[in-house]
Ligand binder design. Structure first.
Ligand SMILES: C[S@@+](CC[C@H](N)C(=O)[O-])C[C@H]1O[C@@H](n2cnc3c(N)ncnc32)[C@H](O)[C@@H]1O
Length: 210
């Protein structure tokens, strides 16, 4: 995930960049410039605060940030948890400055419909994938730690539409497979299909620093 994020991030600006759903802050440790974290989990934020300033928040609400304050924002494995992407991109259009960006790394939407998931063939251990309805937006609960978390599935087009509705211009879209051990014949071929996507939007067509 982190290499893919850095492939879609532009050069860091002098203005702070917001890590949306920063968790324990591990991704902020890989940033070159000023960064600010936000997350809803006080337990994770207690770790992240060792890395950068952090704010407890409930995304997509960014009312706690002044307009035009940020050089950009990024989210890694977080979009799937947010109920309203239209509000998120509208809020980001307000708080990111005019030369700013939004970068996202997410599970490829082909994998996120509720009911999709791995199946292991008991006979030989081969890992197969159970597909589900890609085209219909839906939400489902998945086990997480001792509880569960809500995952929102959206076809790729509806993610892009949510961003463009607030004026974000799609600049980069990268699809990546998982890294598979070439000796693992039970997973053969899975390095030839996308598992993650990385996206970058710009607020204007003026080039950002690379
Ligand atoms: C899969 S973790 C990813 C954490 C981090 N981005 C990383 O890659 O290490 C998802 C994170 O999103 C946070 N999160 C989920 N829903 C949220 C919301 N509505 N507002 C703020 N944070 C949220 C969770 O607390 C968790 O830290």
């Amino acid at each position: 995930m982190i290499p893919l994020l850095h492939d879609v991030l532009p050069g860091m600006s002098a203005r702070p960049v917001l890590d949306l759903g920063c968790g324990d802050g591990r991704i902020m440790t890989t940033m070159d410039g000023p960064v600010l974290g936000c997350d809803l989990s006080p337990t994770l934020l207690a770790h992240a605060t060792d890395v950068a300033p952090v704010v407890r928040c409930l995304l997509p609400n960014l009312q706690w940030l002044r307009s035009g304050k940020l050089g950009g924002a990024y989210a890694v494995l977080v979009l799937e948890h947010l109920p309203d992407l239209n509000q998120l991109f509208a809020e980001l259009a307000r708080v990111v400055d005019d030369r700013g960006f939004v970068a996202v790394v997410a599970n490829h939407p082909a994998y996120t419909p509720p009911g999709a998931g791995p199946i292991v063939d008991a006979a030989d251990g081969e890992v197969l994938w159970r597909w589900a309805d890609y085209f219909t937006p839906a939400a489902g609960e998945e086990p997480a730690g001792e509880g569960s978390m809500t995952f929102h599935h959206r076809p790729l087009g509806s993610i892009i539409e949510a961003a463009s509705t607030s004026g974000w211009l799609l600049d980069t879209l990268v699809e990546r497979p998982l890294t598979i051990d070439p000796d693992n014949t039970l997973l053969a071929g899975q390095d030839r299909i996308p598992r993650l996507i990385g996206l970058r939007w710009l607020k204007s067509q003026r080039p950002v620093a690379e």
